[in-house]
Design a binder for this molecule. Structure first.
Ligand SMILES: Cc1cc2nc3c(=O)[nH]c(=O)nc-3n(C[C@H](O)[C@H](O)[C@H](O)COP(=O)(O)OP(=O)(O)OC[C@H]3O[C@@H](n4cnc5c(N)ncnc54)[C@H](O)[C@@H]3O)c2cc1C
Ligand code: FES
Length: 293
């Protein structure tokens, strides 16, 4: 069930959050730990998002990257791509950001509990899925076998290095990783993320979360269907251009769906027939990729 509180409070009022920690994690990404001035910001579920704003620049959708099992602060990662994200990434510890949220539906925790879980995360897709990974590890007895695939373009683009080191050693998660292109330091698997299916034993009776660049989805979905995972056990976390985040402006609308309130997490069976209004890049490419399936 959604944890969205957007009908219970002033959804247009940004809430101030203090930057208590900031770290440059790759050439383009910064990692923030934020302390909200209003505790309602902490009432989120993994997979939900925030509209993050900076006065004078604008507002952008960003996913929670920490688990709600951590109570006072939350994490986000911001990649510098344009006006707002670059301005945010010029902030320093002690400065403030403003947020509206939590927004959207998040991952279907009720469906995931008591099941085998596989998370397939590509690139910056590790940010929203990190929230779920940490949640599962904090409540490990509520889930069966837990497998995690992570793919990055190169070792220098891997996020959350401390977490990766921990997951490699952990007995609580079967962790598999790959890079598209190795460097001299890399000892691990080289190849696209689907090559990890050759190394792991994935039971057909597994709930799967997929989050990454649109090009990844077709190939991962095809592998999962080949293994025998059912369409309604595959969940896709999709990015769509968002503005209001609360189902008012229509920017994210597809047919009768608003990605911001009906998603951004959808089951594959739910979205595979959406044939109209693929007028935005991520959706157009996803549709082009999945329609031959
Ligand atoms: C549900 C959701 C969750 C997201 N989570 C994160 C996150 O955790 N961390 C993060 O760094 N980013 C995340 N994004 C993407 C982020 O919102 C965009 O990078 C941001 O809106 C760009 O704004 P800007 O003003 O910096 O860039 P702009 O000046 O608006 O654009 C710069 C470039 O980025 C591209 N761009 C703009 N918006 C998007 C978008 N929504 N998706 C893809 N490309 C875009 C533009 O086409 C352009 O090429 C998320 C987006 C969505 C919809
Ligand atoms: S972002 Fe405005 S309706 Fe979804």
């Amino acid at each position: 069930m959604s944890n969205c509180k957007c009908h219970e409070k002033d959804v247009f009022m940004p809430i101030e959050c203090e930057i208590v920690h900031v770290e440059q994690v790759t050439d383009t990404e910064k990692y923030y730990t934020l302390l909200p001035s209003d505790p309602s910001v902490m009432e989120f579920e993994p997979g939900q998002i925030l509209e993050v704003s900076l006065f004078g620049y604008g507002e952008i959708p960003i996913g929670y990257a920490s688990s709600p099992t951590r109570k006072k602060t939350f994490d986000i990662v911001v990649r510098s791509v344009g006006r707002v994200s670059t301005a945010i990434n010029n902030l320093k510890q002690g400065d403030s950001l403003f947020v509206r949220g939590p927004l959207g539906t998040g991952f279907p925790l009720d469906d995931l509990r008591d099941n085998n879980i596989l998370i397939v995360a590509g690139g910056i897709g590790l940010c929203p899925t990190r929230s779920l990974i940490k949640y599962i590890l904090d409540r490990r007895n509520e889930f069966k076998k837990f497998s995690l695939f992570f793919g990055a373009r190169s070792p220098s683009e891997q996020l959350f290095l401390q977490d990766l080191a921990h997951w490699r050693r952990s007995n609580d998660v079967d962790y598999f990783e790959t890079v598209d292109k190795a460097d001299a330091s890399w000892q691990g698997n080289v190849g696209v993320i689907t090559t990890l299916f050759d190394q792991a034993q994935i039971d057909p009776d597994t709930k799967v979360i997929v989050c990454g660049p649109p090009v990844m989805y077709k190939f991962v979905i095809q592998k999962l269907l080949d293994i025998g995972v059912t369409e309604d056990s595959i969940y896709l976390d999709l990015e769509r251009r968002m503005k209001c985040g609360i189902g008012k402006c229509g920017h994210c609308q597809i047919n009768d769906r608003y990605t911001c309130v009906d998603g951004a997490v959808f089951s594959f069976s739910e979205i595979k027939h959406l044939g109209e209004a693929f007028d935005d890049e991520p959706w157009r490419s996803l549709h082009a990729l999945i329609s031959p399936l």
